[in-house]
Design a protein around this ligand. Structure first.
Ligand SMILES: NC(=O)c1ccc[n+]([C@@H]2O[C@H](COP(=O)([O-])OP(=O)(O)OC[C@H]3O[C@@H](n4cnc5c(N)ncnc54)[C@H](O)[C@@H]3O)[C@@H](O)[C@H]2O)c1
Length: 340
């Protein structure tokens, strides 16, 4: 699989490292509006740097285009690559999360790949973190019974990146669209579609280098979600999850020393004090590598990847509803997923 990468910043560098460890992948080109950045990343991986996207496609005729530039431009590259897929033999496109800055852009991307007849993979990497995957399996297998509520917290300092684009709400969508969309996707995957969203938050319109949001979700299933995101914590990146059911409580705290397990405290048993560790076989594999490997394997096998562009769009829909709720002070009714 010959890969052409768009962007040469933090996430593109991570993807490039992953491709170097994936046996059936070769990174051939890196395109960035900053040619020096493209040259630096491409140089580290034996790839060719570009500052012109069409030129990269014409020269390389890649199997896969992987879009890792800032969010508002995902749409341009996905639509342009899809439009030339048939001519150049492009077999699939991957884009970083959030899929796009607006729902209209998500819809344009879906229309473009459907017209081209190729898959679009939205890189919601949290599904590939072993602890989150295991938590989903435990919930779905009834380990804590019928679910009542779920609480997630994710955050750290505001990321510093090219042109300080994360601090520009019109580009990043703040910590709601950029950061806790990870949790919206995992929650929707695990607990089903969302009916209602209510949120409060800072939305840093005044340009301060901080953001914070607290979002409550009511799922169609009746589960209540409490999703907290922060770019106001200078103490390092932290992630926790807590799922309460009528049979017990499942917890995970990523800030514990490496290898700490999910814990399940059973209701009304001797274990209810300390909780039981859920065994796991740590693969040590980088979740970013696992998600990219999954996409390439699906392309080779001709099967649909586990994350569809529709999943990407629904995660954006939940995030934009939360942003609307922050702005209006009112709940937003989604009534579940919107059929395509
Ligand atoms: N999955 C995750 O855990 C995760 C983590 C961080 C970022 N991301 C996502 O990855 C994407 C990139 O974020 P990042 O942190 O790498 O940003 P970054 O600022 O580190 O890098 C962005 C790069 O894109 C280049 N660029 C800017 N505009 C461009 C354009 N129009 N065309 C081509 N290149 C352009 C910049 O020069 C820069 O090199 C974002 O959508 C972000 O939300 C995902």
């Amino acid at each position: 699989m010959r890969i052409a990468l768009v962007g040469a910043g933090g996430m593109a560098s991570m993807h490039a490292e992953c491709y170097s460890a994936i046996p059936n992948a070769t990174l051939c080109g890196v395109m960035d509006i900053r040619h020096d950045a493209a040259a630096s990343l491409a140089g580290r991986h034996g790839a060719t740097p570009y500052s012109d996207f069409d030129r990269m496609l014409n020269d390389l005729r890649p199997d896969v285009v992987d879009v890792c530039c800032p969010t508002p431009w995902h749409v341009d590259y996905v639509v342009a690559a899809a439009a030339r897929a048939h001519e150049l033999g492009i077999r699939g496109i991957s884009t970083e999360k959030p899929m796009a800055r607006t729902l209209a852009d998500c819809q344009r991307m879906i229309s473009a790949v459907e017209a081209a007849g190729i898959p679009l993979f939205v890189a919601h990497v949290v599904r590939f973190f072993p602890e989150f995957k295991l938590a989903t399996q435990q919930v779905q297998h009834g380990a804590v019974g019928k679910i009542a509520s779920v609480r997630t917290r994710r955050g750290g300092p505001m990321p510093l990146a090219w042109n300080n684009w994360y601090a520009d709400f019109s580009k990043s969508g703040g910590c709601v669209l950029d950061l806790i969309i990870h949790d919206f996707d995992w929650l929707r995957w695990t607990f089903g579609p969302v009916q209602r969203v209510f949120a409060c938050g800072l939305q840093h319109h005044d340009g301060m280098q901080k953001d914070y949001a607290l979002v409550t979700l009511r799922f169609v299933s009746g589960v209540i979600g409490h999703v907290e995101g922060t770019w106001s914590d200078p103490g390092g990146f932290k992630v926790t999850i807590e799922v309460a059911g009528d049979g017990g409580l499942l917890e995970y705290n990523a800030n514990q020393p490496t290898g700490s397990p999910l814990r399940i405290a059973m209701a009304s048993t001797e274990n209810s004090g300390g909780g039981v560790a859920v065994p796991e076989s740590p693969t040590g594999a980088n979740p970013y590598q696992l998600e990219l490997q999954h996409f390439l394997d699906c392309l080779e096998a001709g099967i649909t990847p586990s994350i569809t562009p529709y999943d990407g769009m629904e995660a954006v829909r939940i995030a934009l509803a939360a942003i609307e709720s922050v702005e209006t002070g009112q709940p937003v009714i989604l009534d579940g997923d919107k059929p395509q």
